[in-house]
Design a protein around this ligand. Structure first.
Ligand SMILES: Nc1ncnc2c1ncn2[C@@H]1O[C@H](COP(=O)(O)OP(=O)(O)OP(=O)(O)O)[C@@H](O)[C@H]1O
Ligand SMILES: O=P(O)(O)OC[C@H]1O[C@H](OP(=O)(O)OP(=O)(O)O)[C@H](O)[C@@H]1O
Ligand SMILES: [Mg+2]
Length: 286
């Protein structure tokens, strides 16, 4: 079909599970035999390619895939000409410099003349250049944090999330070069038909993301408290108000932002709200 998009997803690793979860939350059903490197969707014009994440930006640039999900760190390192369509909010991490825990490190200039092990030579080179530091970049493809303890390099530049890998290798995080999360990327010249499919996919991703940012809230309140409660709970347009069987009381339904949630609940209780129920929202179309 001319409107079918090919999307490249990491085969196995830090991005795979959440990428597939997002696809599922978008209501897209995958036909995937175990171990297969390709799959189709039953109910959406999408084909899946399961690849190493490093290869994804290149395949999208070449048009082998129309879309891909990768970390911003890989996107920046690979320097491929693709469009960043949307940040996806998972696989959040940092690309940082790490040095020996006992080093009285005062700043990046201390790396002058030193050697740094990394899987991100281009991003690191740019960072060093911006800071006028000359250092030797030692490119390795994995287990970067081991490099100082085996005498391969004096510092590392690698992905950090909890920091436990650095810690267990006797290192500490010093400079944060960039923050990263998973992103949806697209080829630059998609046909009109494919763009339409991409827009449909983005519409679904937005609905999933909005749903996660909000909670559905139901509460009971005396009618005398309704005006104050409405000012606390503006809702999507305005709250739904339904009369309770008990005279003088109503039930209010609305949505509240996840990050304002506890503050709002406190205010609602003070205003006289009772029996507050909160439910997750699966999808939200604004
Ligand atoms: N500890 C972490 N926490 C959160 N996100 C991470 C973490 N480690 C890596 N990431 C993100 O997930 C992406 C994929 O990481 P992963 O370790 O699976 O890559 P990989 O080993 O290069 O995989 P592949 O075999 O596909 O090449 C990274 O580029 C980064 O954006
Ligand atoms: O700060 P932390 O929470 O410890 O996470 C950072 C580690 O996670 C990633 O490796 P991963 O565990 O995915 O293994 P890999 O090296 O095989 O990719 C990354 O390369 C770091 O080594
Ligand atoms: Mg990789």
């Amino acid at each position: 079909m001319i409107n079918t998009l090919k999307i490249a997803i990491q085969k196995s690793g830090r991005l795979s599970e959440d990428s597939l979860k997002l696809i599922k939350e978008c209501g897209i059903k995958l036909n995937n035999g175990k171990g297969k490197l390709k799959a189709t969707a039953d109910n959406f014009p999408l084909e899946f390619l399961f690849l190493r994440d490093d290869d994804i930006p290149g395949y999208v640039e070449d048009g082998v895939a129309d879309l891909g999900i990768v970390g911003e760190n890989v996107l920046l390192e690979k320097e491929n000409r693709v469009d960043l369509v949307k940040k996806l909010g998972f696989s959040k991490c940092r690309l940082s410099i790490g040095v020996d825990r006992n080093w009285d490190y005062k700043g990046i200039h201390e790396l002058e003349g030193k050697s740094i092990a990394t899987s991100y030579p281009k991003i690191l080179a740019k960072y060093l250049e911006e800071n006028n530091v000359n250092a030797e970049i030692h490119e390795i493809s994995g287990s970067v944090e081991i490099a100082p303890s085996i005498g391969l390099a004096e510092a590392v530049c690698d992905i950090v999330s909890s920091g436990s890998t650095l810690l267990s290798n006797g290192l500490k995080e010093t400079d944060v070069i960039m923050r990263s999360e998973a992103v949806l990327i697209a080829a630059k010249s998609l046909s009109e038909e494919k763009k339409q499919t991409l827009n449909n996919l983005i519409f679904r991703i937005n609905a999933v993301q909005e749903g996660k940012k909000n909670k559905y809230i139901l509460l009971n309140a005396p009618n005398s408290a309704i005006n104050e409660i409405i000012s606390i709970l503006p809702g999507m347009k305005s709250p739904t108000i339904l009369p309770l069987a008990m005279e003088g009381w109503s039930s209010l339904h609305s949505v509240v932002k996840e990050d304002e949630f506890w503050e709002v609940i406190e205010k609602l209780k003070k205003a006289g709200a009772e029996s507050i129920l909160v439910a997750p929202i699966e999808k939200m179309i604004v």
